[in-house]
Design a protein around this ligand. Structure first.
Ligand SMILES: *Cc1c(COP(=O)(O)O)cnc(C)c1O
Length: 426
């Protein structure tokens, strides 16, 4: 019977029937005491695709063999390497290829995009974010407000949760925009909130914010590769995301940025420029004047880091093979199964903070350990010692994120059994 903790037949059956089960073999699974680690931290650092090493080795080999000619020679000349990532990355987030560029890192991209899309004036200088935003995003917006000579004490608006467990309703967003939208220059919102796991309706937020004259940007760090997105159709002005979480591209991997098509030919937009954002056709004439390339490419600064981009190519090939709708289908089942195991067997120990509505969450469930911080730490350490790895968020939250590319139903069973064993300890 599904969700039985004493028998594993149901979990083995579900793994056997999983059409995506074969993708697990495409990843290196860390070992614990001679067995596969039950890894639930793909929301923090995704596992390494087996094909990543060869993709990096190929470019190292070309560097050795071709040196500077590698920019022009071979199947994927370095000069255009970033463009080979454009289409698969655009498919991941539901954007037009021209709207997407792989470059820099997430926090850097947020700053570069805010340089163009956060244009405060005295009467409209505020930025709206969610209360409890990821620290880097908060640091970025506070420093942008200061950079423009405004005071974050008045110009940073942090919307408090109006629901339980840190959930923010669309009605609350609508309300703050109705009351304060006239003075908000930019809404910077998460696709999936990192702490609560709540997923937001990008199109609805964009519509509400644009109706009040605010620019809209999304941080998709916890959404990209987790949920199907329709970024172009959302109408957002810009977005940025990292590739080392659900996108499995390695520690500190190169990030991505989206600029909506309607800004594709806007040489008038202020931007922080570098030579790689200059028009391809004339870049190497090395003229003094900057003329931005059309589309998101026009926000690039530098000659891209090829060795760091190679794992992204390897990883995106897996997303193309699996496809996001199929991944999402498995993810809904997998996370739903985790939820029912917890509700049925572990309710005395764990309290689920993430919305129960599957449309308002991705893969991750954030779990509050009942009984306080020390209790929580003890459970977290017990799980880790048993080869079940989640991640810890102060003061009492364990985040468990089953990734449909490599997690199994038997991983969920191992998690649930381990929690139960801890709760029954003498
Ligand atoms: C992971 C994450 C970051 C990390 O930013 P980096 O620049 O990649 O270090 C920033 N914001 C959010 C919301 C994140 O989830």
């Amino acid at each position: 019977m599904a969700s039985d903790l004493d028998h594993d037949a149901w979990a083995l059956d579900r793994d056997a029937a999983d059409p995506l089960a074969g993708f697990r073999a495409e990843f290196l699974i860390p070992q614990h005491a001679g067995r596969d680690l039950h890894y639930f931290v793909g929301n923090s650092l995704g596992l390494q695709p087996r094909s990543a090493a060869a993709a990096v080795a190929e470019e190292l080999e070309r560097w050795g063999r071709q040196a500077v000619e590698g920019h022009f020679q071979g199947e994927r000349p370095w000069m255009h390497y970033h463009a080979t990532l454009r289409e698969p990355m655009a498919r991941v987030v539901g954007a037009l290829p021209q709207e997407v560029v792989v470059m820099n890192t997430l926090s850097v991209n947020l700053h570069l995009l805010m340089a163009s899309f956060y244009r405060p004036r005295r009467e409209r200088a505020a930025i709206l974010i969610e209360a409890g935003a990821f620290p880097s995003d908060r640091h970025a917006v506070v420093s942008q407000i200061r950079f423009h000579g405004f005071d974050p004490a008045t110009e940073l608006i942090e919307l408090e949760a109006d629901g339980p467990n840190g959930h923010i309703s669309l009605a609350a967003i609508e309300r703050v925009l109705a009351e304060q939208g006239h003075r908000i220059a930019l809404v910077l919102w998460p696709g999936v909130q990192y702490r609560s796991g709540q997923a937001f309706d990008l199109a609805a937020i964009t519509r509400l914010a644009h109706a009040r004259g605010c620019a809209v940007g999304f941080d998709l760090a916890h959404a990209a590769g987790n949920l199907p997105l329709a970024l172009h159709d959302s109408g957002a002005d810009f977005a940025a995301w990292c590739t080392y979480k659900y996108l499995n591209s390695g520690p500190g991997a190169v990030a991505a940025a989206f600029v909506h098509e309607r800004h594709a030919r806007r040489p008038d937009l202020p931007r922080l420029a570098g030579w790689w954002g200059h028009r391809k056709a004339t870049r190497f004439l090395m003229g003094p004047e900057f003329e931005p390339e059309d589309g998101a490419d026009g926000w690039q600064l530098s000659n891209p880091p090829i060795l760091a981009m190679a794992p992204i190519r390897a990883s995106l090939a897996l997303f193309d093979a699996a496809t996001l709708p199929t991944l999402r289908e498995k993810s809904l089942t997998l996370t739903g199964c985790l939820e029912s195991l917890i509700n049925k067997h572990l309710g005395a120990v764990l309290d689920i903070l993430t919305p129960a509505d599957p449309q308002q969450r991705g893969a991750q469930l954030s779990l509050r350990v009942r009984g306080g911080r020390e209790h929580g730490r003890a459970l977290f350490e017990h799980l880790a010692a048993e080869g079940v790895l989640g991640d810890w968020r102060e003061p009492d939250v364990i985040r468990i994120s089953p990734a449909p590319l490599y997690n199994r139903f038997t991983d969920l069973l191992a998690f649930a059994r381990s929690v139960r064993a801890w709760s029954l300890r003498p």
